[in-house]
Design a protein around this ligand. Sequence first.
Ligand SMILES: [Fe+2]
Ligand SMILES: [Fe+2]
Length: 401
Amino acid sequence: MEIIAANEQVDMAKNKRLLNRYRFIEYETIRILAGWLPATATMEYKLAMGRLLWEDAQHVQYLYKRLREVQTPAFRPPGDDALEHLMAEAIHAPTERDLLAGIFRVIKPALVDAYQWHRGQTFANPDAPTLYAFKHILVDEREQLTWADEALAYYPPSEWEQYIADLLAAAGGVTGDEPRRDAPPPPANRREFHAPKVAARDERFTIQQEQRVGSGAGPSPDERRLGEFESYSQEMLAAETCALILFESPKMPWQFVFDTARHCYDETRHCKLGIEWLERHGLDYKKVPQNTKIYEWRSQYDPATQYCLLTRGNEAHAFPHRHQSLALYEEAGDQISAQFVSYDMADERQHVAYGTKWLPDLMKSHGIKMPVDQFIEETVERWHAEYISGKLPLKANLNNT
Ligand SMILES: [Fe+2]
Ligand SMILES: [Fe+2]
């Protein structure tokens, strides 16, 4: 048996400092990806971003579990202004490709290098739980780098990417131990990021003008089924709302971010489920007009209202229709449709439970003092009046008339 002796350059104090830095980078990456998910137009990127931010939430969870064993409180800022500046700047990219290049061609490769280096430097047996975390985190992170290589293959290195690289160098790299350079000035194309209130779609899509009321049920079973899976292919809208709620709720506890990252990822998976179903039936999901007005309507409300509209409106009310669908598909021997709906319902049960679990804290976090039951009742009434009616009124428009 070959035994590789660790160099043991990382003692416990340094270990904690480094783990705090990695945790901070992973956590801020979740927030940046959540902020940009609705603002990103390219559907393939949006679909991937749900998974990427959920994977990063798993990494924070691994690091959090280890950090709480070695320090209290478990979550601490990295105590390095230059590193905080890097992650604060990384969101202000001029374009979605620059954003992804900055994260996945600069920050993440350096993070992977740091994890790999750290594996050989810590005290192997005494710090085995950290090594276990790194081993699992690295599986995802390496795949993320491969994804970015392919997704950005034709995007040349940009001025923005160089800026991010220079900011990372100013922070002494991921570990903070490399020689530091002066922080660079921002490039002229830096674009101040604001929470997106409109959901972006790329030029392959058309935007639905007329609102369809209900879940797209048609007169025949085939039309009903088609309507249901076209509707699944639009669930990016729910992922975008989850992402916006996460981004706009920075004071919420870590477990909320962890659950909401999963919620967001699930909705991108439901969107994919619709895409896959349509493709298996010879149909192109890009031909389905995108009902982005739903996101725009929800995003005009505070995050607690958005969360209540989604979890207590859409998600809590979807079950009778889905159960009916499942019975119809099973009766018709339509295995694919039955399986897809079954998995969706398993996810949706969790989403409704997240709503019940987090709404009181989310209301508090956004300064809503009303009793929770009253808030739910009024918001569900609003959901009926504004969403189920198909009106989706925008307050900005109402104020202008
Ligand atoms: Fe869903
Ligand atoms: Fe859901």
